[in-house]
Design a binder for this molecule. Structure first.
Ligand SMILES: CC(C)(COP(=O)(O)OP(=O)(O)OC[C@H]1O[C@@H](n2cnc3c(N)ncnc32)[C@H](O)[C@@H]1OP(=O)(O)O)[C@@H](O)C(=O)NCCC(=O)NCCS
Length: 178
């Protein structure tokens, strides 16, 4: 098992097959998917396929989302970190997108922000990225707050997956001034 990094309260590691139950609990919850196209998963095999896809992307892209584990309990919290964006958004593709998704019972504890701040540090210092990008649906206040609290700058409204999203961006130069 590869541990990517630790924060005060989280272990951030590669996604493993043993995360299956946690992923399905998270992604079968309609509330988790309100701003993600309202299409929650209905079958645990969909989570299994997603885990396999992410693990293949570690091999093909050298990067993909990571699992967050709560240090105090060992609980699966959700995923965080980067993916190389497959879709074209705001005329860009293949860029490093920062994202996160949490099991509902762990919302509101600051975990998404804690993981986003750690991911930015990893992206700029370990991956040597010049820019990190993110999108959040325009009504997704929680996610917008996470990105702004982590230092990303809110930009224009762009279309992604058929809905309006805010485009977020942070350069390494601006990150170093935070
Ligand atoms: C969005 C999400 C990741 C936020 O995770 P979280 O760990 O609860 O976020 P944090 O606790 O770090 O909260 C960040 C800020 O947003 C605020 N916030 C959290 N939920 C909120 C809500 N529903 N409405 C308004 N503000 C909210 C928090 O108060 C906090 O600000 P504060 O520190 O000034 O109080 C989580 O709600 C989630 O998994 N949602 C479903 C999936 C999703 O939408 N992912 C993002 C896609 S872009």
């Amino acid at each position: 098992m590869k541990i990517i990094m630790e924060t005060e309260r989280l272990i951030i590691r590669e996604i493993l097959p043993e995360d299956l139950e946690g992923f399905f609990e998270m992604d079968s919850n309609p509330k988790v998917h309100i701003y993600l196209g309202n299409n929650p998963l209905t079958n645990i095999e969909q989570s299994q396929k997603m885990i396999e896809k992410v693990r293949q992307r570690y091999v093909d892209d050298g990067i993909s989302r990571w699992t967050m584990i709560e240090k105090a309990t060992g609980d699966f919290i959700g995923w965080t970190g980067f993916t190389k964006m497959e879709e074209t958004i705001n005329n860009r593709t293949g860029y490093h997108d920062l994202g996160y998704r949490l099991v509902e019972k762990h919302w509101g504890k600051g975990y998404a922000t804690e993981s986003a701040i750690a991911s930015l540090d990893y992206g700029f210092t370990k991956l040597n990225l010049e820019n990190i990008y993110a999108v959040a649906a325009i009504g997704n206040t929680a996610s917008i707050n996470v990105l702004e609290k982590s230092g990303l700058k809110k930009g224009e409204i762009v279309e992604a997956w058929g809905h309006d999203h805010y485009w977020f961006q942070l350069s390494k130069k601006d990150w170093m001034k935070l």
